[in-house]
Design a protein around this ligand. Structure first.
Ligand SMILES: Nc1ncnc2c1ncn2[C@@H]1O[C@H](COP(=O)(O)OP(=O)(O)OP(=O)(O)O)[C@@H](O)[C@H]1O
Length: 247
């Protein structure tokens, strides 16, 4: 396996209060991995750490030959403000932002790519709609279209299918498989275990620390799922220091 992202004894948290501890392992180039775990397990925190939005309290993240601009990150929909008056097409065109910068105009080829991306997610004809008027499923399609334009080598998706209808989920899973086929590396936080078993070859089972990081069949064994549940029941949200101390 060629390593794309290496996590070394990674501890992340907020106001020095650890949320995930001592994560060690690697995402291989071209891998398709689900991150699964109970509520509050630190799944979103881990994505933010990989993205560089959170500074490690301990340990580190190494991007192997991967510039940060080559990472696409889709946060949970709840974290995105949709009241901004911007059209579907302009939202998708933001995917070109890193190539274009603040002042250069979009080329006709870039616009064509945006139209093609909207067609790929089933949203042709929606170009001029303000994003605030879309359903959650339609808006998630827009965000996937924008990600298609970004040409990212690592794609981080935080609960991309939560509160999204079944048809949209099926369509967007096809986009995920397209990325995997293009040898991009995809990491998605997911809650639907059956969906993970059906579509994601690898799984990181997280409960504030790694329970298992393996092929999905191994990682989601009944014993590992029981362990993750038991660990969640034992969490002490008021604990101020890492029980294992500095490694
Ligand atoms: N901005 C923040 N400030 C302080 N604590 C936070 C912040 N964001 C998350 N936490 C805490 O960090 C821990 C891990 O949260 P995180 O959102 O990463 O979990 P998760 O596994 O993604 O949960 P869920 O499945 O419920 O979305 C939780 O105890 C949470 O309350």
């Amino acid at each position: 396996m060629t390593v794309l992202v290496q996590l070394d004894n990674l501890t992340l948290g907020y106001q020095r209060h650890p949320a995930v501890h001592h994560i060690a392992g690697a995402f291989g180039a071209g891998s398709l991995t689900a991150i699964v775990g109970p509520n509050g397990a630190g799944k979103s925190t881990l994505l933010k750490g990989i993205m560089g939005l959170l500074k490690p309290l301990q340990g580190g993240v190494t991007l192997c030959g991967l510039p940060r601009q080559a990472i696409a990150y889709l946060p949970q929909q709840a974290e995105i403000d949709r009241s901004f008056p911007i059209s579907v097409l302009d939202t998708v065109l933001l995917g070109h932002w890193r190539q274009v910068g603040a002042f250069r105009a979009m080329s006709p080829a870039m616009r064509d790519e945006a139209h093609a991306a909207l067609a790929a997610v089933g949203l042709s004809g929606f170009e001029n709609r303000p994003i605030g008027t879309l359903s959650s499923g339609q808006f998630q399609r827009v965000l996937f279209a924008r990600t298609l334009l970004q040409d990212a080598r690592l794609i981080l998706l935080d609960e991309p299918f939560t509160a999204i209808d079944a048809r949209t989920t099926a369509d967007l899973l096809k986009v995920v498989h397209r990325w995997h086929g293009e040898l991009r590396t995809v990491v998605a936080v997911l809650h639907d275990i059956e969906q993970v078993r059906a579509h994601f070859p690898d799984t990181l089972l997280l409960a504030r620390e790694v329970v298992a990081w393996d092929s999905t069949a191994e990682a989601l064994s009944p014993a590992n799922l029981r362990r993750a549940r038991a660990m969640a029941e034992a969490w002490d949200d008021d604990a101020m220091v890492c029980a294992r101390g500095a490694a």
